[in-house]
Write a new protein. Structure first.
Length: 407
């Protein structure tokens, strides 16, 4: 492809993404499905791009999308709302996640006689996608606690999926010992992610205060964001969760510093030598993050569409299996929402519909669905096929459901 043609294509993709955002703001139709469809047309249908290359690039672009979108999400949530919703979010997330995995495991066992394979499938498709739902929920007129609940659910379940997929694969390969350390692994992941996110938040302001008037100040924001994501992952924490915590600390710094001074009698401004008037992000940072979030998710979901093989459409058995697993996911979520609505009455009415339909699968599901083939497990291609079908169906359900609940 000629460089001029490449730039022309790049321009068209950005304009397509911009049109999708306008449609969403006007009609509440999530643009993700349009991006995936465009990727399908450019990849497996017209073969304008190599599908195998798209598969190789997707995990790297996905990490960038995770970091930027969750940082942006953290900036938009009030810290007190986040803390208030954390307990509810854990209860709701764990209920729906493990109920989904259990029901899919039993169904898979009755069909294939393989309980562990079903458990692996349930874990792969059990997580909601922060990359899809966070930008959408930030634009909806919902209760702040509802927004925090959905944002936390996507982060918690992504973390569970990334950890448990490797635990179950090791069990299937009979390596043993991994399941005994599951609780400790989850606890260490949470602790590392939260503590490092908090520390990075305070370090961020000390560094940002000295360069905030520089034209390149946003480069420091990106460097710290990506650097912390990488460090937390190297320490076996959860990069997305740590970035979310960083965004919360940075976005709520003024209130947080006042709280620490009032309750703990520690003057953060004096210790860190920060001017109280500068204990906040410039509007430029918010706008730059929003624009970077937009462009990165447009390209990621186009890339996701490019990486799909459409051969499964000729197999009725695979299509029926995808529909059955989708029905189980919907049932498990409906049960979880019903239980949740009786225990916690603060989120009710239209917000319950929003919680019900905020079920898109995306980045984490796509990435971990390739792990069975990497480890040489039987039926490895089936995990990839089912994962893609579930991603498409859940995104469609979210799109239609949220549009309906908003009307």
């Amino acid at each position: 492809m000629h460089p001029g043609e490449f730039l022309g294509l790049l321009s068209l993709l950005i304009l397509f993404g911009f049109a999708g955002e306008i449609i969403f703001r006007k009609y509440n139709i999530a643009p993700v499905i349009f991006y995936i469809t465009l990727g399908l047309i450019m990849g497996p249908i017209l073969h304008l791009f190599d599908t195998s290359l798209a598969i190789k690039i997707a995990p790297y672009l996905g990490a960038i999308v995770f970091a930027i979108i969750l940082f942006e999400g953290g900036l938009e949530v009030h810290l007190s709302t986040f803390i208030k919703s954390m307990g509810k979010s854990f209860m709701f997330s764990l209920t729906v996640y493990f109920l989904t995995a259990a029901l899919i495991s039993l169904t898979w066992y009755f069909i294939f006689g393989d309980f562990m394979g079903g458990l692996l499938m349930g874990i792969i498709v059990g997580c909601t996608s922060a990359a899809i739902i966070v930008p959408i929920i930030n634009k909806l007129d919902v209760n702040p606690e509802t927004r925090a609940l959905i944002m936390l659910e996507s982060t918690i379940t992504d973390m569970l999926t990334v950890i448990l997929v490797f635990v179950v694969i090791n069990m299937m390969l009979q390596k043993g010992g991994e399941e005994v350390n599951l609780i400790a692994t989850l606890w260490n992941t949470l602790l590392n992610s939260i503590v490092l996110g908090i520390i990075a938040g305070f370090v961020f302001f000390r560094m940002y205060a000295s360069v905030r008037n520089s034209q390149l100040s946003y480069m420091l924001v990106l460097a710290l964001m990506f650097g912390m994501y990488s460090l937390v992952e190297l320490l076996h924490g959860n990069g997305p969760l740590s970035v979310l915590i960083l965004g919360l600390i940075v976005g709520n710094s003024a209130d947080l510093f006042r709280f620490i001074k009032k309750r703990l009698h520690i003057d953060i401004y004096r210790y860190m030598k920060i001017d109280p008037d500068e204990a906040h992000l410039d509007e430029y940072v918010h706008k730059a993050t929003a624009e970077l979030s937009f462009i990165s998710r447009v390209f990621f979901f186009i890339l996701l569409g490019m990486s799909v093989e459409l051969s499964f459409l000729t197999s009725l058995g695979k299509i029926l299996l995808i529909l059955l697993i989708f029905a189980i996911i919907l049932l498990a979520r409906l049960i979880g929402v019903k239980i949740f609505s009786h225990i916690f009455t603060i989120i009710k009415g239209r917000d319950l519909d929003v919680v019900l339909f905020s079920m898109p699968r995306g980045l984490a599901t796509a990435v971990v669905s390739f792990q069975p083939s990497i480890y040489g497990l039987p039926n490895a291609e089936l995990y990839i096929t089912v994962a893609f079908g579930i991603i498409v169906l859940t995104v469609l359900t979210m799109t239609v459901g949220l549009a309906f609940s908003s009307s």
